[in-house]
Design a protein around this ligand. Structure first.
Ligand code: FES
Length: 56
């Protein structure tokens, strides 16, 4: 499912970034650019990062 429409980023990509070592929304943002335009996806992206970290 698309989380960030501005950048076309899916929840799968965010989870993969966490699997690859990102440990915060800031790091996922640095890797993928999520939440770097309108910012509307920030809350959901943060939740997905948190969930993914909990699953590690
Ligand atoms: Fe992610 Fe706009 S939807 S920055």
């Amino acid at each position: 499912m698309y989380v960030c429409l501005c950048k076309g980023i899916t929840d799968t990509q965010i989870r993969a970034a966490v699997q690859d070592g990102a440990s915060s929304l800031r790091e996922v943002n640095r890797n993928l650019g999520v939440a770097s335009q309108c910012g509307k996806c920030g809350i959901m992206a943060k939740e997905i990062v948190q969930e993914s970290l909990n699953d590690l």
